[in-house]
Ligand binder design. Structure first.
Ligand code: B16
Ligand code: MG
Length: 212
């Protein structure tokens, strides 16, 4: 039986795609690197430095590792400014109903996100302190598709991985959950991922009974 649900943040609880896109785009334009929404799609669920490496495939210039850290930091400064505008209105459809019902049924809820900005995003959308546990990019060595962030979230809620359902929008995240021995509900971009245990367009299209 499922005794905990671990939610990815970006793309599951709140859509930050556009903030990531605009922040990477500003940096890429300044550097004269080609970047578009199609490339942005490939960054879903991927860590900040791995995202930069994907973007730099299009760069004519070779950047030293110090310069790469500067590029990623510059993007993050733009991103931090953009996410200040997020509010509870940006919570995705169906999310609050599902969270409320899981809590009412005594099912643990946790965050498992690659983002180091996860605490700030949760605070801005009014969900700071709402989850039983949080595991994010600040707490891990290996990012998705490695299962580390989800295993840490499971440990923090005290539920064994096989009794945790992961909710993910990224293919890397679906792979991570499955690698951790957890069933995975794919939503958004991952709602068409055939390896996901369950699929739904978004959390308004599935019930807690179907999830459990
Ligand atoms: P940051 P998630 C991921 O969050 C995003 O989907 C991904 O696009 C981003 O590069 C990554 O976090 C790192 O974010 O630069 O804020 O540390 O989907 O795992 O919640
Ligand atoms: Mg995501």
């Amino acid at each position: 039986s499922i005794n905990a649900v671990i939610f990815d943040l970006d793309g599951v609880i709140v859509s930050t795609d556009d903030c990531h896109y605009r922040a990477w785009k500003m940096m890429a334009d300044e550097e004269g690197i080609e970047f578009n929404r199609e490339i942005n799609e490939r960054l879903r669920g991927v860590s900040r430095m791995e995202s930069l490496a994907i973007i730099l495939v299009k760069s004519e210039k070779e950047y030293s590792s110090e310069e790469q850290v500067e590029l990623a930091t510059r993007k993050n400064n733009y991103y931090v400014d953009l996410i200040k505008e997020l509010s509870p209105a940006d919570i995705l459809p169906g999310v609050m109903d599902i969270l409320t019902e899981l809590k009412a049924r005594g099912i643990k809820i946790a965050i498992g996100s690659s983002s180091r900005n996860s605490p700030a995003i949760l605070k801005n959308i009014g969900l700071g302190g709402y989850f039983d546990a949080e595991a994010d990019g600040n707490h891990i060595q290996n990012s998705k598709p490695d299962p580390e962030v989800f295993l840490l979230a499971a440990e923090r809620v005290g539920v064994s991985p096989v009794e945790c359902l992961v909710v993910e929008d990224a293919d890397a995240g679906v792979e991570a959950g499955l690698a951790g021995g957890m069933p995975v509900l794919g939503v958004g971009a991952a709602s068409v991922n055939p390896t996901a245990t369950l699929q739904a367009d978004d959390l308004s299209k599935i019930t807690v009974d179907q999830m459990l």
